[in-house]
Structure formats: structure tokens, C-alpha cells
Design a protein around this ligand. Structure first.
Ligand code: ADP
Length: 268
């Protein structure tokens, strides 16, 4: 069996082929021992290729040799393959934004990627600030709670400042993330409101940096991947809306969070 693994900061993503079909599986990176036993128990004579920051930590725990490949190249290969399979070829020229624990932004031209930017603001920021603000730790619970939240209780919009008069830019834009200070003091927002606003902050920071880079590199399509979009339509909506606002086309690749693992699989 051919197996590709992307051992990331938060999640360990596995892609493997069985009977000509592609399968996915993920583990928390802190459960790396469990992942290694699952791999050992599940596959006879596997051909394994690993990528990601925790590649060596994982390879040491396997009882078979594992090849390693460079993460950024594996991710590019993997996402190109996934997009082709979905009949949505990415073309010659695009930007991709990997929203993982942190965020990494790459420009791809003629199949070659170049890392052109990034931000420490990513999925880890949601989990970290989310925990500090609400004491919640479970990803699915955090995302679920956020979906019931209302950012209007936390974030200051342009129209809140231009009270009654016509603003020079869309009143619906965020003027200040977490900026409704006076109201926050008077009436503390609920945990869901805070979590929804954290997702807003993360999404708006990422989309601002990404769209500026898309303009700089003259790329029409921005492909967004990474496990931070898992079960998180709110993050996707924010990024989608702002990407379209600057005239670029956002693309959220199905199973895109497995791009690195698929790229590693292709390199076995
Ligand atoms: P990395 O390669 O850095 O591990 P990922 O692309 O796997 O990055 O994304 C990690 C992020 O995905 C987390 O910070 C979190 O926001 C989100 N996430 C999605 N599912 C989970 C989960 N089950 N447990 C923890 N985080 C999750």
C-alpha cells in the first residue's frame, strides 16, 4: 500500500490508496504514538512518504523506512492532483493559502511554488485565543458555539462609526475587530459571540494579506486549503466574501487539508 503523511503542528494527515481508491485519515499530532501504531497495525509492506514539520518525529516511530519530501512542494503537487480529480484544474498561475496552525501563502507559476508570505494568525490562533476567552478546548465544540454567535456584539463596523451619515466605504466592513469596547464593558458578550469574532479576526487578517499578494502577483485565483476550514463555514464565508470584493476568485478545495499528504503519496 502507498501511504502519504503530512505530520503538521496540530494534525497528522494520512492519505492512502486501497483498491484504486484514495482514503483519508487524521490524528491529533499529540497522538503521534497512536498514529504510528495504527499505521503499523493496518498495513503490510507499506511504501511510506512523509512530509511536514513532524516528519522525523513520526519516521522514528515507524518500523519501516519512510521517505521524506519537502512540504511546500508536496502540498503544491497534492492540491494540483486533487483539483484535477475534481475536474477543476488550477491553471498555470495561482496563489494558494494554507490555513493550518499558522498561515502560509504561496505563488504557483508553471507548477513551481514560491512562498510569498504568511502570518502567525491561523487555526491555532482560533484555538488559543478561543481557550483564553472561553475556557473551551474542543475544536468541534468551539466551531459549533461560534456558529451560534453574533459578531455585532463585539466588532465595530464602519456604519457604527458613521452613525446616520453616509460612509465613504461600505458600512458593512469591519472598522475594528473587537472594537465595540464601550458596549463590551456595559454588556459582556457571550462565549459564542466572542468565538464568532475570533473567527472574523482570523479570516479578515488572512484575506487581507492574501488578496494584496494576489494583486501583487497578478493571480486571479486564490486557493484556500488547510484543516482550519473543517466544519467551519463561517471562516469560509468571510474569506470568500472579501476575496470576491477585491475581484479575485476564491476556491476552497474539497479535502484540500490533505494536499500535503496526497503530495507525499504521489512521491512514494
Ligand atoms: P498543521 O499542518 O499545522 O497541523 P492543519 O492544516 O492540520 O495544520 O490545521 C490545523 C488547524 O485545523 C487547527 O489549528 C484547528 O483550527 C483546525 N482543526 C480542524 N480539526 C481539528 C481537530 N479535530 N482538532 C484540532 N484542530 C482542528
Amino acid at each position: 500500500t502507498k501511504i502519504g503523511i503530512d505530520a503538521g503542528g496540530t494534525l497528522l494527515k494520512i492519505a492512502y490508496v486501497e483498491n484504486d481508491a484514495l482514503y483519508y485519515r487524521s490524528f491529533r499530532s499529540r497522538d503521534i504514538d497512536r498514529a504510528a501504531s495504527w499505521l503499523t497495525d493496518h498495513f503490510e509492506n507499506p511504501a511510506i512518504c512523509v512530509t511536514g514539520g513532524k516528519s522525523h518525529a513520526l519516521a522514528e516511530k515507524l518500523n519501516v523506512p519512510a521517505k521524506t519530501v519537502l512540504e511546500f512542494d508536496a502540498t503544491t503537487q497534492g492540491m494540483t492532483y486533487l483539483a484535477d480529480q475534481l475536474n477543476h484544474p488550477l491553471g498555470n498561475d495561482f496563489l494558494f493559502v494554507n490555513v493550518g496552525t499558522g498561515t502560509s501563502i504561496h505563488y504557483v507559476h508553471d507548477g513551481k511554488q514560491e512562498r510569498v508570505g504568511g502570518s502567525g494568525v491561523g487555526g491555532g490562533t482560533l484555538l488559543g485565543i478561543g481557550f483564553l476567552a472561553t475556557d473551551m478546548q474542543d475544536y468541534e465544540k468551539i466551531i459549533q458555539a461560534a456558529s451560534e454567535g453574533n459578531r455585532e456584539n463585539v466588532d465595530l463596523k464602519v456604519k457604527d462609526i458613521f452613525d446616520g451619515s453616509v460612509p465613504p466605504i461600505s458600512g458593512d466592513l469591519t472598522a475594528s475587530n473587537f472594537g465595540k469596547t464601550e458596549i463590551l464593558v456595559e454588556q459582556p458578550p457571550s462565549d459564542p459571540d466572542i468565538l464568532a469574532s475570533i473567527i472574523g479576526l482570523v479570516g479578515e487578517v488572512i484575506v487581507t494579506i492574501s488578496s494584496q499578494l494576489a494583486v501583487q502577483y497578478d493571480a486571479d485565483t486564490i486557493v484556500y486549503i488547510g484543516s482550519s476550514f473543517r466544519s467551519n463555514p463561517l471562516l469560509q464565508q468571510i474569506i470568500e466574501k472579501y476575496t470576491r470584493m477585491i475581484g479575485k476568485t476564491p476556491l476552497f478545495l474539497e479535502n484540500g487539508e490533505y494536499s500535503g499528504a496526497v503530495g507525499a503519496l504521489l512521491a512514494t
